[in-house]
Design a protein around this ligand. Sequence first.
Ligand code: TYD
Ligand code: MG
Length: 443
Amino acid sequence: MAKEKTLFYCTNCGNEESKWQGKCPSCGEWNSFTEHKVTKTSKGTEVKHKKSISLDDIVIEDSFRYKTDIKEVDQVLGGGLMKGSSVLIGGEPGIGKSTLLLQIADSIKKNHKVLYISGEESANQIKLRAKRLNISGSGINILCDTHFETIIKSIKTEKPNLIIVDSIQTLQSDEAGNIPGSVNQLKYCCSQLIKETKDIEATLFFIAHVTKEGIIAGPKVVEHMVDTVLYFDHSASRIRILRSVKNRFGSIDEVGLFSMEEKGLIELEDPSGVFLTKRESGLPPGISIGATLEGTRVILIEIQVLTVPAKGTTSRIFSDKVDVNRVSRVAAILEKHGGIKFSDRDIYVNIAGGIKVKETGIDLPLALALYSSRTDIPIKDGIISSGELSLAGEIRIIPHIERRVKTAEDMGFNIFLSPEKVEKTSLDVKEVRNIKSAIGLIL
Ligand code: TYD
Ligand code: MG
């Protein structure tokens, strides 16, 4: 028998509660609960025994994965698209999500039927984009609709191999209330689409807009439902980074790098130097070059630090590309072991090209940039570094040092400050054990 029940959902994280709450117990957001009427059925169906099978009897079919022609995309997905899987791709409006998906559609349309469902744009707008990208239509079908039941019917009838939904925030089902983009709508439409995709062994891409804070607009519930979650992000104006934050079918270490050009997204074959700035003369004070890892690739970055007298009574750190806690920790290590003070200073940190770096290897180049800014002495030209800092001021070993050194050598650097020795390189690799000896080598 069907029963109507009232439930409350947090619009921030999708948490479900039977009573209204002022503060979400799951994510801590205030006033985020909205009321929804749901119909629950309690059928007394008989449960049959389903026989389990031995692990040895399970055969993995290779044909379940297929590649696109876009290497960067395949790499991020863990080797290509999986049949029956669902992928959520989030990014700010205008970043190039629709462009990327249309290019993916183009790259597989020869052997696979594509259905591009758009609730965001008209068929004309999509056609204009395709023309700009030099994509011809055969093999790609377009359905401009937001009505969920109509969309499901088309999928059942046309049985495409790749389904693209642009975007999940526009879907609306008769079964799940009347606010498009609400938790109920998202939960219902996405779960049904995932189920349908599995049934016909297709691959499903959901596009989702991301808010400024970096959260996929609407609840996080969709992230939990899908197999893979990708974020499309930008750094320097043209450069786009595709990251995987969840992947049931591969590692989440890989990133895909593209450049947004006149004719769409172009893969960046050798991204190692794209974030470096070319200068006629030497580095100004406060700038240091580091070799960092993005996924498994080495990328050289320029860390910029500015330290100025504190404007308030306490010193503050302004840093959105490097974690503020890391900056604070490295500054404290320098105070203790480098003999300089930051307590009356505001610290601004930036990375050229706007790339965000989380890897521990940037501790050392960050410390050197902080030191150079505070003392107003520039770092000598041609020096690059990598290393993690311990609270005791020691420089600790980091992964893939040989590859970092090799990339720096290729990019024309002369001296590499490294936590360990590296053989077989023409670069002058100086093994530095603590922050004090590193400082002694840069000025
Ligand atoms: P789009 O894919 O529409 O972004 P999203 O779906 O994430 O909102 O791309 C938006 C921007 O990309 C738009 O401002 C124009 C630019 N662009 C190019 O520079 N080159 C191109 O070939 C295309 C198609 C778009
Ligand atoms: Mg779009």
